[in-house]
Design a protein around this ligand. Structure first.
Ligand code: BES
Ligand code: ZN
Ligand code: ZN
Length: 460
């Protein structure tokens, strides 16, 4: 699905965007006929409300879209896209002045509102077209929308059609589109090339585990993105209960998000050297599955006692992070649907992130609010290090009690990065109920915030 601006010069309807507070002053400067029509219609500029105003001859003269009041806008984002949905199909042009960042966000929201997952049930979007405002970089917004659509498509595709091999294909397709390289280590070669934990987690599935390694760009600072690619998480032998397993096709949401972000970076031609690492596995149940209390060797040499095979994400990510950190890198970012604890702590709308670098944290937080991609900083709280240290190995993948589950998972991952600055996102990757520009289903989190913060974080 392509989410683009409408390229036409014909039959364009001017769309005036008004807040509830501004409606009166807008009406005061309108002609009497328009005022009467707006009042007859009952338009109050409530969020999601829109009205088309006819000319004398019955054609569309202009349209009004409501952005609601201050509270509505604090509570929600992409509110223009909600109003766009209630407009008749056609092509619209935003005719109101808006701050640049808000205009870009609302345009992106409009494009994203056109997204629907149509792989198994084709259908047209019911959202009208939007002409790109002349003051924004339309190609940039389209690249961001395309990256987000890729993320959503990958997450929404069920595990039957999105196993490790299909995730590899998606990465290869993306690499081909942008002239990137893509190397993949599959199955028993993971043992030969020293990725023992990726192999251990993925070996029970007939769909072979693999490590996807994509590179793009030859000059500039080095950025490595690492994404959790668990194509389905049954929990392994510590099997998840049905209610918890239900959504686990989304357990490759971290990899889907880093691929979407990679698309944005490469389309925009950012002056950096990008590497994307995705351990792609299915956490399955079988006679040869890894077991509770097994002790695994890791690539880095640290030993790991498996106290729950359902804490598999940190195992596969650890080997990928160790590889990432073997070369000089300016920033390593991991993204993963890593813990249920993160979901409990901040819910589905906020992306919790960890970093030791206060400057990076500040840059990310302010970029996130500029681009309406909310994030929340969490602490690498050192006193909890003891919780991930069991008796008989260097590390424990599943501390008892579940205290601070997202923090202990993040601390576990940090043990595998010694050299580069490290940032980690424990995302949810799923929109549980429909919101403006975000239908129920897979959703990217943090990618647009990272994109907007890269200039500051990498001195681009
Ligand atoms: N993929 C899950 C985490 C998850 C669950 C993310 C629900 C989003 C929604 C992960 O592999 C997992 O099961 N983690 C366990 C770890 C625990 C056993 C230490 C968890 O969070 O319960
Ligand atoms: Zn799990
Ligand atoms: Zn998982």
């Amino acid at each position: 699905m392509t989410l683009t601006f409408t390229d036409t010069t014909e039959d364009i309807i001017d769309l005036h965007v008004v807040t509830a507070q501004d409606l009166d002053s807008w009406l005061n400067s309108a002609d009497a006929r328009t005022r009467t029509w707006v009042e007859t219609f009952g338009f109050t500029a409530a969020k999601g409300q829109a009205v088309l105003i006819p000319a004398q001859d019955g054609t569309a003269s202009l349209a009004l879209a409501g952005l609601g009041n201050d509270r509505d806008r604090r509570r929600g984002r992409f509110l223009l896209s909600a109003a766009a949905k209630s407009l008749p199909l056609g092509t619209y042009r935003i005719a109101s002045d808006m701050a640049q960042a808000q205009l870009e966000t609302e345009c992106l929201g409009w494009l994203l509102a056109r997204y629907h997952f149509d792989r198994y049930k084709p259908g047209a979007s019911n959202v009208p077209g939007l002409v790109a405002p002349s003051t924004i970089d339309a190609g940039r917004i389209e690249a961001i929308a395309a990256g987000e659509a890729l993320t959503r498509d990958l997450i929404n595709t069920p595990a039957s059609d999105m196993g490790p091999a299909e995730l590899e294909t998606a990465a290869r397709d993306l690499a081909n589109t942008h002239g990137a390289t893509c190397d993949v280590i599959v199955g028993d070669d993971l043992i030969m090339q020293n990725f023992p934990m990726i192999h251990a987690v993925g070996r029970a599935s007939p769909r072979a585990p693999r490590l996807i390694d994509m590179r793009w760009g030859s000059t500039g600072p080095k950025l490595t993105l690492v994404g959790k690619g668990v194509c389905f998480d049954t929990g392994g032998l510590d099997l998840k209960p049905a209610a918890s397993m239900g959504l686990m096709k989304k357990d490759m949401g971290g990899s889907a998000t880093v691929l979407g972000l990679a698309h944005m970076i490469m389309s925009l031609g950012l002056p950096l050297q990008l590497r994307v690492l995705i351990p792609a596995v299915e956490n399955a149940v079988s006679g040869n599955a890894f077991r509770p209390q097994d002790v695994l060797q890791s690539r880095k040499g640290l030993t790991v006692e498996v106290n729950n095979t359902d804490a598999e994400g940190r195992l596969v990510l650890a080997d990928a992070l160790a590889l990432a950190d073997e070369e000089e890198t300016d920033l390593i970012i991991s993204m993963a649907t890593l813990t249920g604890a993160a979901r409990v702590a901040v819910g589905p709308d906020l992306a919790p992130f960890y970093t030791d670098d206060d400057t990076h944290a500040t840059a990310l937080t302010s970029a996130a609010s500029q681009v309406a991609d909310p994030v929340w900083r969490m602490p690498f709280h050192e006193p909890y290090e003891a919780m991930i240290e069991p008796g008989i190995a260097d590390l424990n993948n599943a501390p008892k009690g579940g205290f601070a589950g997202s923090i202990t998972a993040a601390l576990f991952l940090r043990r595998f990065v010694d050299r580069a600055p490290y940032m980690h996102f424990d995302i949810y990757g799923w929109q549980p109920s429909a919101a403006p520009a975000r239908p129920v289903g897979g959703v990217g989190q943090g990618a647009r915030a990272v994109l907007a913060a890269l200039h500051a974080m990498l001195d681009l």
